[in-house]
Structures are given as C-alpha cells and as structure tokens.
Design a protein around this ligand. Structure first.
Ligand SMILES: CC(C)(COP(=O)(O)OP(=O)(O)OC[C@H]1O[C@@H](n2cnc3c(N)ncnc32)[C@H](O)[C@@H]1OP(=O)(O)O)[C@@H](O)C(=O)NCCC(=O)NCCS
Length: 181
C-alpha cells in the first residue's frame, strides 16, 4: 500500500469507509464552485468511489489526505486524460483547510513520487481557467500552461498545465527552491 507523510499531511489510498467524508466534501458549494453540481450520496457510492478506488492496487491513484488522523480531502495522481504516458495531479480539500499551503504540500509529495518512484517524464494538471487557487498550486509545482482541451469528464474547456522532470529538478525539488531564481 502506497502512503505518504509530509510535514503536516498523511496520504493513504481512498477506502470504501471514506464515503461519508467524500459526500460531505462535495456538499460544500464553494468546494464544487469550479467543478460542478454536488453528486448525490448514491452517485458517490456507486460511481465515484469505485472510480477513485480503481487504482487501489497500483502505486498511484486517489489518496485521502489526513491531518492528525482526520480526513481533510484528497489528492490524485492518475493517468493523464491528455497523455496516458504521464500522470495527472488533482486535489480537493475541505474549505477550512484552504490557504495554508496544504494543497501545494501534498502535490509536491505526489510529484516527487511520480518522478522518483514511477519514473514519469512529466506530470500535468487541468483546471477551469478561472480556478486561480488551483492554477497557483500547479505553478508552485513548477507547471506552466501548455494549452486548452475539452475535458472528457465533464466536457468543459480547461487549461492544461505541465511540469517536465527537468524543470522540476531545476526549479522545484525541495532543497533547490530559490537556488536558481
Ligand atoms: C484548489 C485547492 C485544493 C487549493 O488548496 P490550498 O491548500 O488552499 O492551496 P495552497 O494553500 O497550497 O495554495 C493556494 C495558492 O493560491 C493562491 N490563491 C488563493 N486564492 C486565489 C485567488 N483568488 N487568486 C489568485 N491566487 C489565489 C494562494 O495565495 C496560494 O498561493 P501562494 O502560496 O503563492 O500565496 C482548494 O482551493 C480546493 O480544494 N478547492 C476546491 C476544489 C478544486 O477546485 N480543486 C481543483 C480542481 S482543478
């Protein structure tokens, strides 16, 4: 089982027992502002949770984020919708945890895993163009704008950001931040 521990977060694979927490997370309209309507409990149970758990036996997938043992949201590292040879980063946190760097902290852990353990040449991420907090997290992971695409899940036009291994090594890898700026 792949898990990650950062300064403040513990990331572990999403489990069936996370259903209530996932439903509660998506019930906040601010959390879903740039994503879509809140799914019903039935949709989460029958469609979304199985989709999130489809990578449960892989060293990537959807990871519950915990602080002091409590669920605060999730991250994903999964095959990119734009390029299946690389992995796509994603995140969704409870509103009360926003603005203190936790999305960046978890995302950097998953980027390190993608490059170091999985040997990915790049990591990408997508967001609605107006989702500035999400785009800022991508930028803090070293990503830059690649283009736009119609996202196959949801059918909305999104911006696609990407960081190559070389850029991550040069500009982002912890310990090197600021060295070359
Ligand atoms: C996107 C999300 C995960 C970010 O979580 P977070 O823990 O607050 O992110 P961080 O604190 O690591 O970084 C947020 C950055 O966005 C910046 N930011 C916040 N609001 C902003 C705004 N309106 N405009 C521009 N930048 C903004 C913050 O200042 C911070 O950047 P900084 O460190 O340079 O100051 C969180 O807002 C969330 O869960 N949103 C709902 C779900 C969602 O939209 N997920 C992404 C779908 S693509």
């Amino acid at each position: 089982m792949t898990t990650f521990t950062t300064d403040r977060l513990h990331l572990r694979p999403i489990e069936v027992s996370d259903l209530d927490a996932l439903v509660a997370l998506d019930s906040d309209p601010e959390v879903m502002r740039y994503i879509g309507a809140a799914p019903s409990r039935d949709v989460v149970a029958r469609e979304l949770l199985p989709r999130m758990r489809q990578y449960a036996d892989q060293p990537f997938g959807f990871f519950a984020a915990e602080v002091a043992g409590g669920f605060i949201g999730w991250f994903h590292l999964r095959p990119s919708v734009a390029d299946p040879t690389i992995h796509e980063l994603g995140y969704r946190l409870q509103r009360r945890w926003w603005g203190v760097g936790l999305a960046t902290e978890g995302s950097l852990a998953l980027c390190l895993h993608a490059f170091d353990a999985l040997g990915m040449p790049a990591v990408d991420a997508c967001a609605l163009p107006e989702n500035l907090p999400s785009i800022r997290v991508m930028e803090k992971c070293g990503m830059s704008l690649i283009g736009r695409l119609i996202h196959p899940r949801g059918g909305m036009e999104v911006v696609r950001y990407l960081v190559t291994r070389a850029t991550f090594e040069d500009r982002v890898r912890p310990g090197r931040v600021g060295e070359r700026t």
